[in-house]
Design a protein around this ligand. Structure first.
Ligand SMILES: [Zn+2]
Length: 241
């Protein structure tokens, strides 16, 4: 047995399994996270650990790095919003104190101290919110690239297998599976060889949607019939040359 003779064996296995963090470079496990799905135990950056032998496509790796930049940017914006908020509160208090000595001095203090800090806090907060939206979009793109890679390797065709392969909760896997199924469907319609190769179990058809679809189809047919009858009943108009 190699135990005791090859102290690096564990680490090598971990690297092969994709456990090297793309952000901090540490060989560390990822853990589940409510917002980012999986994060690095060391740096907290978003992580996607794929099964051994499956590599994250370049596009997925790029969007994952972008997601980490957005996460850091958002943390900075949030810190600024909190700091400026405290500054605005202090400015308000100072303005009140100063107004005891003269109302105009109090108003001046509010304008000079509380106003700009409050504006800074509001701008920083809205920036943090827009970064959250971008972060979500980047994560969706990265995870969808990962799910595609897993599907191409024929390691997962059902939501349950996807959840297992990517170590994510069942409902997240179901979302990704739906995205993949739609991609595969579009691929088979549009003739994209890339997506058509995906072997994905189709999403079960909801009977309610099917009823809606049939109703819409019947309505469209009725409209077409009516339009046809209308043109037939109008002999005065000539269509075409
Ligand atoms: Zn890390």
């Amino acid at each position: 047995m190699s135990q005791g003779f090859d102290p690096y064996e564990n680490q090598r296995a971990a690297v092969g399994g994709g456990a090297r963090c793309p952000h901090c470079g540490a060989v560390a496990e990822s853990r589940a996270d409510e917002e980012l799905w999986r994060v690095c135990r060391i740096c907290g950056g978003p992580r996607i650990d794929l099964p051994a032998g499956v590599a994250l496509p370049t596009s997925g790796a790029d969007t994952l790095r972008k997601a980490e930049q957005l996460r850091r940017g958002r943390a900075a914006s949030r810190a600024l919003a909190v700091g400026a908020g405290i500054g605005a509160a202090a400015g308000l208090l100072l303005g009140l104190l100063v107004s005891f000595f003269g109302l105009s001095w109090g108003v001046l203090t509010l304008l000079v101290v509380a106003g700009p800090t409050l504006a800074t806090a509001l701008v920083a907060r809205s920036k943090a919110e827009s970064r959250s939206v971008d972060l979500r979009a980047a994560l969706d793109a990265a995870w969808s690239a990962a799910a595609q890679a897993v599907a191409r390797a024929n390691l997962a065709t059902t939501p349950a297998e996807l959840a297992e392969a990517l170590s994510i909760p069942a409902e997240r896997a179901a979302e990704l599976h739906t995205m993949l199924a739609v991609d595969a469907e579009l691929g088979s319609l549009g003739g994209s060889a890339d997506s058509a190769q995906l072997r994905i179990a189709p999403v079960p058809v909801d009977p309610r949607f099917q009823a809606l679809e049939e109703a819409a189809l019947a309505e469209a047919e009725a409209e077409a019939d009516a339009a046809l009858a209308h043109t037939e009943r109008a002999p005065g108009r000539k269509l075409g040359p």
